[in-house]
Ligand binder design. Sequence first.
Ligand code: F6R
Length: 603
Amino acid sequence: MCGIVGVVGNKNATDILMQGLEKLEYRGYDSAGIFVEGGDHASLVKSVGRIRDLRSKLGIDVSGTAGIGHTRWATHGQPTETNAHPHTSMDERFVLVHNGVIENFKEIRDEYLPHDDFKGQTDTEIAVHLIAKFIEEDGMSVLDGFKKALSIIEGSYAFALMDAQDPDTIYVAKNKSPLLIGLGDGYNMVCSDAMAMIRETSEFMEIHDKELVILHKDSVEVQDYYGNPVTRKSYTAQLDLSEIGKGTYPFYMLKEIDEQPTVMRHLISEYANPDGTMKVDSEVVKAVQKADRIYIIAAGTSYNAGYGSKIMLEALTDTPVELGVASEWGYGMPLLSKKPFFIFLSQSGETADSRQVLVKVNELGYPSLTITNVPGSTLSREATYTMLIGAGPEIAVASTKAYTGQIATLAFLAKAVGVADGRKEAQDFDLVKELSLVAQGIEATLSEKEKIAAIVKDLLLTTRNAFYIGRKQDYFVAMEASLKLKEISYVQCEGFAAGELKHGTISLIEKDTPALALLSDPEVAQHTRGNVMEISSRGGKVVTVAMERVANADDDIIVGDVHPYLSAIAMVVPTQLIAYETSSQRGLDVDKPRNLAKAVTVE
Ligand code: F6R
């Protein structure tokens, strides 16, 4: 999704902007651009495609000490050079980058700018024309003109604005879209994401919704939209630049799949004491204990992780768990229980759909917990409590280690609540031992990469569709496994409850239709094997992924036994590798699948 970076001060702005944009690439984008102020000259360069395409267009004259840059993920208008940011006012004095969606852009154009010519189709161009109108036609100062425009603009935005006549200032504002200030010695920065600034600084300052920031090289002034000054402390971020490297891996996704045993062991050290007792914030535990129902709100893979944890959570806490698709719940909550507790699962902690629900939950005064991989992210800041996954930056768009990390983090919470409640089920569940076994089991699966590559070559290399099936916990894994295959290999793949296939979808099975069956539960494995027979006898080609306890000699991939509560973690790993192999064998850009973004910051 769109990314913003800006810098003002004693640094080479072009270098900083380009490095920052490279660090934002993982978020997903289709075009990019920078505006650099050199005092006596200014440069605006834009390009469709990758940052390397933008870099190839930079001449040596593109230099200066202040500037703003942007990666665009198209919402309004095609991904063209004209629609790429930064956008300018008609006389090119004002330059704006924007992340988010301006909902009333048509009304603004018709009411305030009926005679303006626009170069492209973006809502952002309308915003910068509006700002310019208030300053140049109505005689307002830049700050007042910007504020006036902000009072009219509706929707989500992170803005960074420059005035070509004042190369020492960047104006910044935000509502619902992420944006962060980076503080340096003799320079200051603004960015969508700390990761793009950590080469320059580890000192950051949050911006809250409906706040405006005036950045100079030596000062950062925060105020609300009424001009009241806001005092905000900075904080030091514990980010490690080396964690962002890909090393010798061809793609981040493979590196991140391989990191999962480490993530499991990290979580053990984070949430368990050496004697095996839980190290989970007692306030969170008490809040969950008081609840009569747990609502898990999430999107995509994180939503699937919620399902992968549901059986365990209910068994250990003795509390019903309901899942909510964030993009639906934002528009209307179902009838809630009397004492709800909300858990927001989000790798990025920035997903706009989830945040929309959290805002409502906060309005209603209900307690909430965000489980995220990104400390200081919006969902983390705005929920009552946070538990961090600590999986290290996840760069590939396809989420892998965050999914398994979310389930493991929920296991610590569930066990802590169950033990606090004195539940035997929880006391008997040796999570540290079981999660260590999971880590070992994942390592064994990771050593099967060649076998998995051969299965993919045989089954999925050219197919346009596939079916993944499972029962109970394996059905939830099938949902996630099929999402992974879809998003990075463009194979249309549905995750089905194995028993549902015969109620309609089986009509799609024909000769060589690929299917994958997940089998981990002795209670239901035989029934799923029955469904495998039904598919095979109609010409479908089935791969079986079976846990040792239910495996037959002729199963294709055998996964080491783990506790049933944690089976989603172990069972998903071969399917992550299948998705990875399918994408890479098809020659696709595994880490940056088309049309997708890493942090989905628009509704
Ligand atoms: C798929 C994927 C997405 C995200 C979804 C929610 O691999 O990563 O489906 O899970 O966009 O994102 P977060 O977890 O950041 O809230």
